[in-house]
Ligand binder design. Structure first.
Ligand code: ADP
Ligand code: ZN
Ligand code: MG
Length: 483
């Protein structure tokens, strides 16, 4: 994608993370996706007159935890506000959100875009709010249906500073943030199902200009790939407009993944259009220092810290450590494998996980959690190589059996008779046979064509069906050839 180098792209994101609580934010209904329409609702969800909301304390804990992970300030006394607007799937006629006094402000997230250096992205704020229901238009003639199941789902809206400068940086940011909320267990990060939704605000300006250009807000982005494609499209559209002497208008645009373009949806509301005011049905939220410290103490090790530890504790390079800490399940898998592989080198384990296992998972479109080979089993396999029970080559065959049918590598090796032959007596017989059968090549070797060693090793391995210990084979061959 070649973007006109006289322009600079500016991007700020609003990310709605659906908090993975068991019940909804202001009532006891289950917070669950995919049930039959209007089966997960109560009078609070349906906004009957006279009902009162009660804040779910787990929502508050998760918001605090996310704020701490984003290195933000937690406002000890924050408050909810009413954001008024009409929508058929919003029976109250307002959304309970936070406006002037959000729970989290002034945070940051460091990103490592591919091929570029680390960069700090400012987090303006994060605030708690309630989700609306859903209007359904498909398959109905002349009418729409309203499903209120999603009403009351707790959201934490995370807003960034306009610090992002390209689609690539935006992709890196979203991956990092998604990994973080998954580590924390506050959100499943599923963009397709809409539990991690991103709106991208995009503008362009001439290089060197300090004022921000007029932005368009893009919605309907259900994957990181689509966010990046939409930004690329939008930047081109805006530069074309400016070049043609026209102006970008502030509006909300929808990404159409099929047409590969954004199109105008509506003019952009300003904050005052919503007539925000403090929510009279909820008291201000007061958070004690003890509560914040208790939550800090209960937080898992976060990706950045884990990345450094994997490098220092296991001697891994930054790239491997990055792959293995990109998500929490992957990191846990690796550590289980290392534990079972001991005393084998953790770097060998990292290699098996990133090359053999991840290669296979990617080919089959599977996640680490679906791996038919358990972490401990892969660790034991690595240990068997380390102890010389099997060669690396045989280990790949064993790995194939483990992938197909699960099971213990030790058992598979015994049942299939794959134990490595290290007894030099048995191997020597094969070595002698091969040397006798290739007298011409032996002459050539002795005349200086030493690269033929590989040929002899290959022949012996073939004759022993891969079971001969390659170290022993090498030693015996050299000894005899150079005698
Ligand atoms: P809202 O979209 O609800 O009106 P804000 O005014 O707080 O909310 O802005 C939302 C997002 O838009 C923030 O992420 C901010 O960084 C980003 N943003 C604001 N101005 C620009 C701009 N000119 N270009 C790109 N992003 C912008
Ligand atoms: Zn309810
Ligand atoms: Mg917005």
């Amino acid at each position: 994608m070649s973007i006109d180098s006289r322009y600079e792209t500016v991007i700020g994101l609003e990310i709605h993370t659906q908090l993975a609580t068991r019940s909804k934010i202001f009532c006891g209904c289950p917070n669950r996706f995919g049930s039959a329409p209007n089966t997960q609702i109560c009078p609070v969800c349906a906004a009957f007159p006279g009902v009162l909301p009660v804040l779910n304390q787990r929502v508050l804990d998760m918001a605090i935890m996310t704020g701490l992970a984003l290195k933000g300030e937690i406002r000890a006394r924050n408050e909810f506000s009413r954001k008024n607007y009409f929508y058929p799937d919003l029976p109250a006629g307002y959304q309970i959100s936070q406006f002037e006094l959000p729970i989290v402000e002034h945070g940051e997230l460091m990103i490592e875009p591919e091929g570029a250096s680390r960069k700090r992205i400012g987090i303006t704020r994060a605030h708690m709010e309630v989700d609306a229901g859903k209007s359904l238009h498909e398959g109905i003639q002349g009418a729409s249906w309203v499903d209120l199941n999603r009403t009351g789902t707790p959201l934490l809206e995370i807003v960034t500073e306009p610090d992002l400068r390209s689609a690539a940086e935006t992709g890196a940011f979203l991956k990092k943030l998604r990994s973080l909320v998954r580590y924390l267990g506050v959100c499943d990060g599923n963009m397709e199902e809409g539990s991690f939704r991103c709106d991208a605000n995009v503008s362009v300006r001439r290089l060197g200009e300090s004022r921000l250009g007029t932005r368009a807000e893009i919605k309907n982005l259900n994957s990181i790939r689509n966010v990046m494609r939409a930004i690329d499209y939008e930047v081109e559209r805006q530069i074309d407009l400016v070049e043609a002497g026209e102006r970008v208008i502030q509006e909300t645009r929808l990404w159409d993944a099929n047409q590969n373009q954004t199109r105008s949806m509506r003019g952009k509301e300003e904050a005052h259009d919503y007539r925000y005011f403090p929510e009279p049905d909820l008291p201000p939220v007061v958070i004690t220092a003890e509560r914040i410290e208790a939550i800090r103490g209960s937080m898992p090790e976060l990706p950045d810290a884990k990345l450094l530890r994997f490098q220092s504790e296991y001697g891994l390079g930054e790239y491997d450590a990055g792959v293995l800490t990109a998500d929490r399940e992957m990191a846990e898998y690796f550590e289980l494998a290392v534990g079972a592989a001991c005393p084998a080198d953790p770097k060998a384990v990292a290699n098996w996980v990133t090359v053999e296992l991840l290669g296979r998972l990617n080919r089959e479109g599977m996640e680490i959690g679906q791996s038919p080979v358990a972490g401990e089993a892969l660790g034991r396999l690595t240990r068997m190589i380390h102890e010389g029970v099997i060669s690396g080559k045989i280990a790949k065959t064993v790995f194939g059996h483990m992938w197909e049918g699960g099971g213990d590598p030790q058992k598979i090796v015994e049942e299939k008779g794959l134990v490595q032959v290290s007894d030099s007596g048995a191997i020597e017989a094969e070595v002698d046979r091969i040397l006798a059968a290739h007298g011409d090549k032996v002459e050539q070797y002795r005349a200086g064509k030493v690269q033929l060693l590989g040929f002899f090793v290959g022949e012996v391995m073939k004759a022993t069906r891969g079971k001969a210990n390659p170290g022993v084979v090498n030693g015996l061959l050299k000894g005899k050839l150079e005698a």
